[in-house]
Design a protein around this ligand. Structure first.
Ligand SMILES: Cc1cc2nc3c(=O)[nH]c(=O)nc-3n(C[C@H](O)[C@H](O)[C@H](O)COP(=O)(O)OP(=O)(O)OC[C@H]3O[C@@H](n4cnc5c(N)ncnc54)[C@H](O)[C@@H]3O)c2cc1C
Length: 249
């Protein structure tokens, strides 16, 4: 009789992945934080792409906040309490290391052939847009219009609102930033005087107000799969092109 243990499949060779060291960390809320990584290997990417990082063999994708000219990879992460990886990442501090796949991936990138870019996000879904805008401004490009709509339950979850608001103030003719909270009556949003309502519900009103049309505008939707589904269901039948990046199923 053949010993099954002897003929069982050989163990998959373990690939030694490069590491990235955490050089900075900033906590925003009890479940949102920013983290800056320095990969041990050269790491190139296009604005809008994601990296794959891991711990103890558990790997997940994270869109990159920073632009390619910046020295570190900046990430903006939400803690998923029962998730496999984020509770482990949450415990890490400056000096700790994660694994990193050596190549960035993704096609959720800027499409310059469109004059207008409407970028819709829920919370961490704003990440690729920050990278795209930082790069656009750094490289001194011109000629496009950007409209960023970011939704969150609470105003302290926007994370990049000061930066994006500043870009909009500096370039009012071609950058617009609208943060919107979906739970305006809760205590945590006390004092909020900005836009309210879910991004997917207010989007069409803004498209009209901005005078945009499906012929000259690309819609990007990133983050919560339910938001993306709803945006597509509303806009695609009316002729809009929607480019999407789902963060989970
Ligand atoms: C291309 C891409 C880019 C991404 N970029 C980012 C990013 O910039 N920042 C970021 O925080 N995450 C990002 N994600 C999500 C990330 O890859 C992980 O899925 C997430 O961090 C959860 O990992 P986990 O192992 O803790 O949870 P898992 O064990 O993978 O998931 C546990 C459960 O939670 C659900 N889930 C996963 N994420 C969330 C969430 N945020 N809210 C509610 N439920 C969730 C899963 O569907 C699953 O049912 C991205 C995903 C993709 C595909």
């Amino acid at each position: 009789m053949v010993d099954e243990a002897v003929v069982s499949k050989p163990a998959r060779p373990q690939i030694a992945l490069p590491k990235a060291v955490i050089v900075r960390r900033e906590d925003l809320t009890p479940d949102l934080w920013k983290m800056w990584l320095q990969p041990e290997v050269p790491f190139t990417f296009k604005p809008g792409q994601y990296c794959t990082i891991g711990l103890e063999g558990i790997e997940r994708a994270y869109s990159i906040v920073s632009a390619p000219h910046e020295p570190y990879l900046e990430l903006f992460i939400e803690l998923v309490p029962h998730g496999e990886l984020t509770p482990r990442l949450w415990k890490l501090q400056v000096g700790d290391k994660v694994s990193i796949r050596p190549r960035a991936k993704g096609i959720f990138t800027f499409e310059p052939k469109w004059p207008n870019h409407v970028m819709v996000a829920t919370v961490t879904g704003v990440v690729p847009y920050v990278s795209i805008l930082r790069d656009y401004l750094h490289t001194g490009r011109a000629g496009h219009r950007f409209y960023i709509l970011q939704g969150a339950s609470y105003h302290d979850e926007f994370a990049y609102d000061k930066e994006l608001g500043e870009y909009a103030r500096r370039h009012p003719d071609w950058i617009t930033y609208i943060p919107t909270v979906s739970r305006p009556h809760e205590e945590r949003n006390k004092g909020w005087t900005g836009q309210t309502g879910r991004v997917n519900l207010i989007l069409e009103g803004y498209l009209q107000r901005w005078g945009l049309s499906p012929q000259d505008t690309l819609i990007y939707a990133c983050g919560h799969p339910g938001m993306i589904e709803d945006v597509k269901a509303r806009l695609i039948p009316k002729g809009w092109k929607v480019k999407e990046e789902r963060f989970w199923k």
